[in-house]
Design a protein around this ligand. Sequence first.
Ligand SMILES: [Zn+2]
Length: 415
Amino acid sequence: MRKSIYSLVLLLLVLTTAAFTQVKTVADYINEVRILSDRADLKAADLYVDRNHESILREWITITEINAPSGQEQQRAKYIESLLRKYHLDDIHYDSVGNLIGVRKGTGGGPVIVFDAHLDTVFQPGLEIKASVRDGKIYAPGIGDDTRNIEALLATIRALNEARIKTKGDLVFVFTVQEETTMNGAKAYVNENKGKIDQYIALDGGYEGFTYAGIGINWYRHHFIGPGGHTRSQTPPYSATLPLARAIDRIYQLKVPARPSSNLNIGMLGGSEVVNAKASDAWFTVDLRSTSNEVIGDLEKQIQTILDEEAARAGMKVKTDIISASPAAVIPGHRESYLVRMSEAVHRVMGFEPPITNAGSNNSSAALREGISSISTGAGPCDGAHSLAENCEIEPLYKGIKKVMLLEVALAGVQ
Ligand SMILES: [Zn+2]
């Protein structure tokens, strides 16, 4: 008798363990998120957003009009810091590179979820920014990239506070510096905090969908080095422009796969400084991108072979400068991870048919390269990023804010 009870307990234990370790499908997560979004407190938080369109729009404009060129984000950060203090976040501080951080502490026992929006813009210091509203859109440089997402985070903090929602896990809000230039803000943050972060959500661009991996981008300048000389000097040797032309023609015949998503562009070239000289140094650039590091490596090798063959054919040498190199940010199996499935569920419950892609190019890549599960998404549809004509639709931002908030609560968990 005792023995059979013992076996029964053991069997139950095995069964429950199996149930817990079974991977949940997106449909399972959709059910969970639906129940979550039907809670009275979540509805109250949504209602806060509905009732505060005016103040959200005003704050969005105020932050946008404080220009924050990369490396000069302090003034904008100070303003946001004053808001975080008003919202009683914990542990408000700047880190070693100038990222502004504030924590909305959980009740305990939950994961640590980072939400990042970048402070910096691409516009020159001293640019006078004045937002204008017409036809349901708001126009101002930087209004979308990335101020819409800064405002979305601030609005969710206010709404969660107003509805007295306590998450289990900590929500860490990181307003990063230098995304547009080097990603040094996010790189420093994840480097200093890896091991303490469970999931990393970079809000940058995007609205209906999200990315779960980062595209690799390598830039090279290849040179053919020859003897040069006057137009009338003996040939061969030719001008170094000859192997350059042959090489470019051959490189453009290489097969660049569409899957995995890859691109190759030769955008700049140069040779002699004058008409009547053979080039002793003819150069061209290559912009090589792929979501697969294997594809990048393979194309690099094929390009190198072409360069070597064409240099040998003309009796010249090759020299390659790497202008910049950032590998694809990929975690094997990440498409099927908890974060990606839960994020898909949140988007679907919000009524989106989310495009889910692996070609992100933002702070999310910095987290993925450190092995931290990460996605990037955004809170509203905008146009003309990095131009003076940048603009966003106003109305969708309020839905975007609710989406970000649902993502915060779903990932951090509630009692
Ligand atoms: Zn951006």
